[in-house]
Design a protein around this ligand. Structure first.
Ligand SMILES: [Mn+2]
Length: 425
């Protein structure tokens, strides 16, 4: 069955067309690979088709607050449209319409309530059939409004791969991404073909195979963390997501598709990202030992629940959401044995506790698990900051100091105990 665009797209198209031309757009996007690729596509959509001016902001936190938007408006003036991309679908986003009247949410996370005053483009979400990446939704929206070029197509592919919408080495593709991946495969076959080589943190098959697109995504991912590498690369290195967005802007259509990673990372910003990428790979090698032997916590149905309790490399321990450890842990999931696993990566940091979770099975829903854990922690520590949620197969949680690490671990184990059908003995 082929995935079909639903009414969400129609409403989004009507909203933006109703704004006329030359309107001002404020875009808040997620700070990860999918989020930055989405910000780039949104910028291109409004600049090219509407003559708009677009300001892109990619803060390190996930859920957007009205205060962040107020701050941007105070600094940069009034905006006609706010686009919130890849930053969840929260009922509380209604409050933001008091700051910017028109709000378009482009997202693929499981909604935590529906904001009635916003236009929500989260296709399939009401049926709980989520899209695999926001960049894919942005690319589809772009093609409903006009044409895409090589740069748009390839950056959209990077965003999709960043959120595991497909993996050509493992031979996987999310149903909703199939037509897109077919188009990419026909136009740029060299990007997707599996090749012998050092696996990236986006290669999860456990074999010595990768693909050019996987290498590109790893480099872009490293680029979003560039600011963590100021000690090595110099104080003038800007905030990673902004560096990556600038790099995408410098990528000329004529130079694409690249023949290899060096070709992709050409130009000034590209070369900077390349040096960050090399340092990032050293960090990954350092972290490998810490994720090798997870603790078996018990079984839910046929699924083994495993725990990695470890610290980050210093540079990543200082920040909230920027993480290296979970990527390394998840990259080695296939080596932990047969399918049917849920891996919880529990990571105490300087500013709080981070949990990242992935599963390859249907026995546990990671997004439900971590949003319930966040709810319980919020109840136990009223007024303290904690946020958690995500998708069925991958999710995250952050509990800020002063919520103690032991309390997060305690509540997590208690919640899990209620779900285990076969506790570890
Ligand atoms: Mn995403």
């Amino acid at each position: 069955m082929e995935w079909k665009p639903d009414g969400d797209f129609q409403r989004a198209v009507e909203l933006v067309k109703g704004l006329g031309r030359d309107f001002r757009v404020l875009n808040f996007s997620h700070n990860d690979v999918d989020g930055v690729c989405s910000a780039f596509l949104i910028k291109r959509i409004f600049e090219r088709f509407f003559g708009s001016e677009v300001l892109s902001v990619m803060p390190p936190t996930f859920m957007l607050t009205a205060d962040e938007v107020r701050e941007a408006v105070k600094e940069r003036g009034e905006f006609d449209l706010l686009v919130i991309s890849d930053k969840g679908t929260f009922e509380s986003y209604d409050e933001i319409t008091e700051v910017v009247g028109s709000v378009l949410i482009i997202d693929h996370h499981q909604p935590q309530g529906y904001p009635a005053a916003c236009t929500v483009l989260n296709p399939g979400a009401r049926r709980r059939e989520h899209m695999p990446a926001t960049a894919l939704i942005c690319h589809m929206l772009m093609r409903m409004l006009g044409e895409s070029d090589d740069v748009d197509d390839i950056i959209a592919a990077v965003g999709c791969r960043g959120d595991f919408a497909f993996d050509t080495v493992e031979g996987f593709c999310h149903e909703a991404a199939e037509p897109f991946l077919r188009m990419i495969g026909e136009k740029y076959p060299g990007l997707l073909e599996p090749v012998e080589g050092e696996p990236t943190v986006f290669d999860r098959s456990g074999r010595r195979k990768t693909a050019l697109i996987n290498q590109m995504v790893e480099a872009v991912h490293a680029g979003t963390l560039a600011h963590l590498y100021r000690d090595e690369l110099g104080e003038e290195i800007e905030y990673g997501p902004n560096l990556v967005l600038r790099f995408f802007g410098e990528t000329g259509a004529g130079k694409l598709p690249p023949e290899n990673l060096e070709g992709f990372l050409s130009g000034r910003s590209g070369r900077l990202i390349r040096s960050v990428h090399l340092e990032f790979k050293k960090d990954c090698a350092r972290l490998e030992r810490r994720v090798k032997d997870p603790i078996f916590l018990g079984r839910i149905g046929k699924t083994d629940v495993l725990l990695v309790y470890a610290r980050e490399v210093r540079r990543a321990a200082r920040t909230t959401f920027s993480a290296i450890l979970p990527f390394v842990a998840f990259a080695h999931m296939a080596e932990l044995g047969r399918p049917g696993k849920a891996l919880i990566v529990f990571c105490p940091k300087d500013v709080g506790t981070q949990i990242s979770m992935r599963t390859d099975s249907e026995d546990i829903n990671c997004g439900d698990f971590l949003s319930e854990l966040a709810r319980r922690l919020a109840e136990r520590y009223p007024g303290k900051r904690v946020s958690g949620g995500g998708h069925a197969r991958s999710a995250g949680l952050f509990a800020w100091t002063p919520i103690p690490v032991y309390a997060v671990l305690h509540e997590m184990i208690f919640l899990l105990e209620e779900m285990l059908t076969e506790p570890a003995v």
